[in-house]
Each structure stands twice: as C-alpha cells, then as structure tokens.
Design a binder for this molecule. Sequence first.
Ligand code: PLP
Length: 479
Amino acid sequence: MSSPPATTPGPTAAELRAALDEASRWVADYLESVGERPVLAQVQPGEIAARLPLAAPASGEPLSQILADIDALIMPGITHWNHPSFFAYFGITGSGPGIVGELISAALNVNAMLWRTSPAATELEQRTLSWVLEMLALPATWFGQITDSASASTLCALAAARQAAGLDIRRLGMAGRDLPRLRVYTSEEAHSSVEKACIVLGFGQEGVTKIATDDAFRMRPDLLSDAIGRDLAAGVRPVAVVASVGTTSTTSVDPVDAMADICARNEIWLHVDAAYGGAAGLLESHRHLLAGCERADSLVFNPHKWLFTPVDCSLLYTSRPDVLREAFSLVPFYLTSSESDVVNFMDYGVSLGRRFRALKLWMVIRAYGRDGLAELVAGHIDLARRLAELIEAEPGWELVAPVPLSTVCFRAHPAGVDDEAALEQLNADLVERVNASGLAFVSHTKVSGRYAVRIAIGNAASGWQHVARAWLALRQAVP
Ligand code: PLP
C-alpha cells in the first residue's frame, strides 16, 4: 500500500486567495476593455483544440499558470457576448453584479432542490421572482421558479399542460394505448423550443400546428380558432396554445388577449413565451405589449436575455402550481423531508439538483434597481428606433419588419436588384464581411422568406456609437 500524500491535493488557501484576487482583477479589466476586442472569435475550427494537450495533467498545476493560459489558449477562441457591439441572436449582458453573484453562488455550491438543502436559496428564489412579477406588472399570486433556459421552462410548462389534459399520461405513458392525437398550437414565428418540447413530450412534430401570422408577424387568432375547431371536429385533443411576446426573428408580439379568450372557451392551457419580450413590462409605455399575459396558465421570461443577468437564468411562472407539481413531483425515500408549508423546488421540474441562480438575479435587481433596469431597456428600444429611422431614410436599404422592441430586421435592396436569390447573396455577404471585421457581430434571419440582416440590442454597455458603427460598416461593405 502506498503511504498517504504529505499534503492535500489542490491549491493551498494562500494560493487560492491569490488566484481569486488575480481573477477578480482579470474580470474587471476584461469588462472595461472588452469593447476593444474583435466581437466574433477570429479562429478556424479546430484551432483552439489543437493547442490543448490531448491528455489531462497527471499532477496538479499552479492556479497562476492556469490563469495565464486563459489569455493564451482560451481567449482567442471567445466570441464576446459581453461586447457592446454584439448584436447577433439577442444581445445580452452578464453584468458586474450578476458576475459577483455567480462567484458567490459557486463558492456556496448549494443545491436548491429541497427547502432544507438551503432555505435561503429557496426563499430568495421565491422573493426575487415575486419582485420580477411586480416589476413587470404580472399577477402577484403566480408561482415562479428558475430554470436554466427558456427551452427547459417551456418543456415544463407543456408537461403541465399535458397533465392538465387529464389523460393519465404521467402514469400510463402514451404508447400502446388508445389516445387521441394531442395538439399544441403556436405561430409559424414561434421559437423552435416549442416544437422541441413537443418532440420530447411525445406530441410529435405533427402534434404541433403552426398558425399563420399577419403582416406584422403576429399570430392570427381567427386562424387559431379555425384550427382548434377543425381538430375538435376530427377528434384531436387540443392541449396547449403557446403565444409569443417577442418572437426570435422580428420580436413580434402575438395578440395574447384574443388567444386567451380562445383558450378559455375551449379549456386549453395557455403558455406565453416572453423569454425576450417580457422585459418590456418594465416600461409603462410598453406594458400594453403584455396585455392578456395575466390570463396565462404559464409564462417564461429570461433575465439572461434582457435583464442583465449572466447565462443561465430563465423564469417559469404558473398560475397553476398544483398542476405543475402533479406533473413532476416524485419523491424517493432518500429525499423525503419533514418540513411542511415549504416549497421544495425539485417537485416542479425535471432536474433534481438546482443551482443557486436566484443570488445573481437578486444582486442584479438590487444593484440596478427597477428604475435602472427600465432605463437600460428603454435606452435599447430607443437605439433600435433611431437605427430603424436611418434605415428607412437610406436609399438602397429597407426595413423588412416593424420594430416593436430593440431588434431591427432590414436588408440592402439596391435599386434595380429584385431577384430574391441575388438579394440574399448580397446581404449574406455583407453580414459575413462585417462579422469577419470584428467590428460588430450581427446575425441573419428570414422574414416572409426574405433574407434579412438582424441587429438585436441588449447589452448594457451598447450606446449609439456602437450601433452607428455597425450600420456604417454594413453600408461600407456594399460592393
Ligand atoms: N424563446 C425565444 C423567443 C427565444 O428567442 C429563445 C432564444 O433565443 C428561446 C425561447 C430559447 O431560449 P433558451 O436559450 O433560454 O432556451
């Protein structure tokens, strides 16, 4: 038998303290200077992996050496989501207060699965989620929990909808029994997470009906009503309707109130995907966009999109927590606990172990305050409006969708070029050129079948100078 090592493996307390000091300086320097870096990583596939050893080190290395390797090996392959010129997908912010929250949460390393596994984690989650409801003017009575993603939140919501359908699927499953076809309705502009959840839950892709939208990319409630009527007549069982408040492509907002009427008439679960657009509820001027959301059975909003909270933090709310619990609660003996009148969050979702995500959200909300958060969101909406005005006024360019929030979809459309394939090639080249320059990172989408450049403003440090620079770079990239 070998003798025990003289020292415990891993860094000493003094080495750890030095590394934490160094890492916090590194973080502060990074956040201050990230705007000077190229936004999109300028590496080729495999380039980062080629610099990494094939095998893990046999013996421990000093933390100072590992930290130095972050700059040498990792940073060249980072696309800077925290860059003020990151306008692709949805611009987001891992804000300073949120980063501090992440650090402390990692140090505590609690698992917020049962109330007793960290009462503060559960109770802070409950309180911060109530704060968000109040900030967005949503019903104070809703139950909320944090998940890692809108995809997970929507999956849980649709599992609750399936439970509410009363088909005993939780116990009996779906295979080998006489079940009607189950249907979920959403718009053709809805995020793919809705369809993915339906695949996972056994509704199948054919169990999703994508309802057409109007000329502003909002679901047409008359067509929703027709589709439900047709399904009912054919013996299909409607399970849920998913409305979007802020679709991914154009941030269009479905007529939630009219959809809620249809759901109420037909006793169908209404889930709202407000992953991005929910932040509009911070502003009196934009609250009307959430009209009808108060009638939803469930709603998802992502602070890791437009509430300055580091990835990951998605909020799933429901007015029917008992149904969500019925869908998910499964308590083996080793997880029983004696407290009554407490929430054990493991009962309301897929994962047992849950990170202490409420801490970073709490730090963000406290550090900015409701008014500070509203000011940032209003500022982004204003930047998008200014950009849209410039695009409209610029010959050879056009908006391809309305701009209800902070995302602008547009394209170059030079006089005399009307062939769609040629326009797609032209605009795809512009996007490629600007992104390769490192000056900004913009993305693309298709709007009514037309290729569009997409600028989504959501970084707390983004100012007009960043938006204007991206706009100039795009115009200068036109051949
Ligand atoms: N819903 C909408 C409207 C989105 O735009 C996105 C992602 O961009 C999602 C859902 C999925 O979000 P997540 O990455 O948190 O799963």
